[in-house]
Design a protein around this ligand. Sequence first.
Ligand code: AMP
Ligand code: MG
Length: 400
Amino acid sequence: MAFLKVVALEKALEVIDSFPLKPAVEDVPLEESLGRVLAGNVLSPVDVPPFDRATVDGYALRAEDTFMASESEPVKLKVIDEVNAGDTPDFELNPGESVYISTGAPLPKGADAVIQFEDVEREGNEVILSKPAYPGLGVMKAGTDIPKGELLLRGGTRLGFKETALLSAVGFSEVPVFRKPRVAVISTGSELVLPGEELKPGRIYDINGRAITDAIREIGGEALFLGIARDDRESLKALIERGVECCDIVVLSGGASGGIRDLTSSIIKELGEVKVHGIAIQPGKPTIIGLINGKPVFGLPGYPTSCLTNFTLLVAPLLRRLLGRESETRNVRKKLTHKVFSVKGRRQFLPVRIEGAKAVPILKGSGAVTSFIDADGFIEIPENVEILEAGEEVEVTFFG
Ligand code: AMP
Ligand code: MG
């Protein structure tokens, strides 16, 4: 049995910060970029629209030809041709001429206005105007929507459908985004079985494997659940080795204390280095932070609420940093509904449920899976605080 050498949470976070992991960039096809984070600023490589185009169906003309048009003295223009969307007119309008043009078609040279067909009369190959047009009427000039070279999106922007539409509008087929960190997830414990397997006496279903895997995916990482390791050296060592081989980060749960069947720290030590074993927080004291072949390996506590609290405190920020999503922290301030007690000298993280402007403490203890299922997040009760009063304002950190 090994006693834990407990460090402050800040120290643990410093250790993680010092790990040799950098955000990496990859180009992905535009159609796969939804939800990803842009790795750099994007400038428009083109004018949008790329040419002066008609915004209505009607007649393209030279506005100055129509300045004298009135009800009593209409102006007649000759309709010399027709231009449709997708055409490339190669002629020039002379004074007194017009062309029929459809919405989205390029204006021919010489034309500077489009009057919509509802506002004119057509007689044979002539169009009759009883009011003037002005330059720019019915026209969207090249580059007035988006000028070439304009800053479209800043690095760090998370791509939603509006952003992918904008990238499509300027013709990007590939987008530079932060690469998703690959994270191996391992559950440890001889008592664990997977949903779908037989629940023999003494066994429980795995919770952490599913929770961690999907929390990683929610943050935007790529998670690979490697399965359950029995509490025997060979089984656990094999899975950790596989995780280090296939992934950038390995996250284990269970077996992180100093008990005789808690093998995780000694295997990490054998394969690499244990940087932290024990953090001065409650729950979640028995947590391991190690490094194997330059890859961070986390051993989180087995109790699901402790596990997910520490995942949120330690692993999630690292993933967000690698994904360029550091700014997306989701803390909110709420008023506590009930008085809660903590032990002096213990830095505690207490699950809470959010109800409107209020935070309801959940006091089932970290051994209950429903503690974190019912909770939206947790609040911190500092070491020197023993009581938080009902009505006191608290800061809630969301799980995951
Ligand atoms: P350990 O940290 O391995 O001593 O586990 C502490 C408690 O958490 C024990 O009751 C375990 O059965 C439970 N536990 C460990 N891992 C999991 C898991 N993946 N899913 C659900 N409960 C777990
Ligand atoms: Mg265990």
